[in-house]
Design a protein around this ligand. Structure first.
Ligand SMILES: [Zn+2]
Length: 168
């Protein structure tokens, strides 16, 4: 979108905006004050310094500003080391691994489903092998009321004690 140049942003002393401000395209020499993007193009970064000014433009009814940093105090950008490339590659790869089947896909796992297309297909067509409910617990427990062992215990065989006296 083409920036809308407006004299509203002509405020080199920062009286209105609190920071020296120029309309975009009418700013100071980019060799002296540059935006982050301009610094980047030259392999520089602000290096922790506060912005010394800003460019302003209007976009769909709002103010937009881009900070300007003194080029003389900018620092070289951190070079991409092997380790940083590796970290990025790892992060990108993680986005391609399906959390359900743990296989790497050709593209990112769709955020909508959170799993690969194969897993999604399996799930939505019902072929996902609905894990059988663990019925084992009930089956492996010995049946509660087999009387074989209990009947052999004479001490527990006093069926008449209470019942009979009540009927008297
Ligand atoms: Zn999957």
């Amino acid at each position: 979108m083409m920036p809308n140049i407006s004299l509203r942003y002509w405020d080199p002393d920062g009286e209105k905006f609190g920071l020296p401000t120029w309309p975009v395209k009418m700013g100071p020499d980019p060799e002296v004050l540059a935006t982050v993007r301009q610094l980047k193009q030259r392999g520089l970064r602000p290096g922790g310094h506060e912005p010394a000014g800003q460019l302003g433009w209007r976009i769909s009814g709002g103010d937009r500003f881009a900070y300007l940093y003194p080029v003389a105090r900018a620092k070289p950008r951190r070079p991409m080391t092997e380790a940083r490339w590796a970290a990025i590659a790892k992060a990108l790869r993680a986005r391609r691994i399906c959390p359900e089947c743990n296989t790497e896909q050709n593209g990112d796992i769709p955020r909508k489903t959170g799993r690969c297309d194969d897993c999604e297909d399996r799930a939505t067509t019902g072929l996902a092998g609905e894990e059988p409910q663990p019925a084992e617990e009930r089956e492996t427990k010995p049946p509660v009321s087999t009387d074989q062992s209990e009947a052999r215990h004479p001490s527990r065989a006093h069926p008449t004690d209470g019942g009979v006296s009540k009927h008297d």
